[in-house]
Design a protein around this ligand. Structure first.
Ligand code: SF4
Ligand code: SF4
Length: 439
């Protein structure tokens, strides 16, 4: 069978064997959870609770009137200790609801399921998805209800379910696909109905042939197919996946719905099924804990708001010499500085390294490897130089905003230049200049 793929990219060592055989275990929630009100792309939610208030498991504790936002729910039952700033995995401290867990997990009465989820109208599914605070769980945390409501004139024909998990070391999606196959397929069908699309394609890389075969069998009766993709990084990036499966190119600055597609991660599909079938909002997610700096490697189902420290201790703690913890995968993940920082909706992995975190940088030798590997067809060395020296207009002209921060260029660079760091600096500067102009 011909395997589908996209041009350029790279294939770093996978190291999935550390955890691919580890079943998902439920991690007991900690004594205190720290639930940030901004865990998604868009405006942070406003708090709905205050200090001293009793809350129930699954209770809504944050919401917003903005379209680009997401609701936030309590992941335990207990008492609100504070609503205040706390370390956040994306960098600056953020407004966080801190709850003392009473250990009872008393469910909120709003958590009610639907008898026949497939009989719901598209708008009812979208409303349940929004109410459950579901966001893209591959890491981007884009509000799912927004993705399912394309603007007028942009009809969706295909829903792609992203089962690539192309980042090295991560296997939480792989375990979800093995252990919750039917829930993911049911969720995909609800996504298809909500987006009013004709078909589903479940894209799986060929390093996960067992789940590919499993999905092929269980998709029977659903309007869709399972597609095998070549194992290559970043196969799971939306634009690459759409090209690999449908040969459609999302225009520069555009979104998947510009080419009639919605892409959802397998974890998101499962969350949609949970929300609609049993009324369970997004307060728990699958996370891989792996890497040479960790005593035991595991796949865990972790309540949102659980401090990294609690999960790391469950894995036997850090090895002597561990010197960096990254949230996400090794290619796109973000280095963390505080183990009190909590797991959020976009936390796919916690990776601990024991090697040199910041290798010595050498001058560019103009080898062109970063250019020949960039999946977006950009010139990373040029983008880095413009951003590093403050020529932001030039950087924008050369497409810096199209960079998906996949890290291929930096991984492949023999001079060890922190290309992605400088590209991010340029992107952030341009975005904040645009925001200032608007306001
Ligand atoms: S420039 Fe951006 S999109 Fe291209 S390889 Fe580098 S990080 Fe990836
Ligand atoms: S890969 Fe590194 S050394 Fe080669 S051209 Fe790009 S930035 Fe320069």
């Amino acid at each position: 069978m011909r395997k589908k793929t996209f041009p350029r990219g790279t294939h770093p060592p996978e190291y999935k064997h550390y955890t691919e055989g580890q079943r998902l275990e439920k991690l007991e929630p900690p004594e205190k959870v720290f639930i940030p009100l901004n865990q998604h792309f868009g405006k942070p939610a406003d708090p709905l609770v205050s200090k001293g208030e009793e809350v129930l498991l699954g209770q809504k504790i944050g919401d917003s009137d903005e379209l680009f936002s997401a609701t936030v729910h309590s992941s335990v039952s207990g008492k609100v200790l504070f609503v205040k700033e706390h370390p956040h995995p994306l960098g600056s401290p953020a407004l966080t609801v801190i709850i003392a867990n009473d250990g009872k997990d008393t469910p909120h009465p709003d958590m009610k399921g639907t008898k026949d989820p497939f009989s719901l109208k598209p708008e009812d599914i979208r409303s349940k998805v929004r109410d459950a605070g579901i966001v893209g769980m591959g890491g981007a945390a884009f509000p799912t209800a927004v993705k399912l409501s394309p603007p007028k004139g942009k009809a969706i024909d295909t829903v792609i379910i992203n089962g690539c998990e192309c980042e090295p070391l991560l296997t939480s999606d792989y375990r979800l696909m093995l252990e919750y196959t039917k829930d993911i397929i049911n969720g995909a069908e609800l996504v298809r109905k909500a987006a009013e699309a004709k078909r589903i394609i479940i894209g799986i890389e060929d390093n996960k042939r067992d789940v590919f075969e499993l999905f092929k069998q269980k998709m029977n009766g659903f309007p869709g197919e399972t597609a095998l993709l070549k194992t290559k990084y970043p196969q799971g990036a939306e634009k690459n996946l759409i090209y690999a499966l449908l040969k459609r190119e999302v225009p520069r600055g555009g979104l998947p719905f510009d080419v009639g597609v919605v892409v959802q991660n397998v974890g998101t599909a499962k969350a949609v099924w949970d929300a609609v079938s049993s009324g369970t909002p997004l307060y728990e997610r699958a996370v891989t804990l792996s890497g040479p700096g960790l005593k035991e490697n595991k796949n865990l189902l972790i309540r949102i708001g659980t401090p990294f420290k609690h999960a790391v201790e469950y894995c036997g703690g850090l090895k002597e010499g561990a010197n960096m913890l990254v949230m996400g995968g090794p290619m796109m993940g973000l280095a963390q500085w505080n183990l009190d920082t909590p797991v959020i909706k976009g936390t796919s992995g916690l990776i601990v390294w024991e090697e040199e975190a910041f290798p010595e940088e050498f001058p560019c030798i103009s080898c062109g490897r970063c250019v020949s590997h960039c999946p977006m067809g950009l010139v990373p060395t040029r983008l880095m130089n413009y951003s590093r020296h403050g020529y932001y207009q030039e950087a924008e002209k050369w497409g810096v905003l199209d960079c998906v921060e996949c890290g291929c260029c930096q991984y492949i660079c023999p001079a060890k230049i922190p290309l992605v760091h400088w590209i991010r600096v340029g992107k952030n500067a341009i975005t904040s200049m645009k925001r200032k102009k608007k306001s």
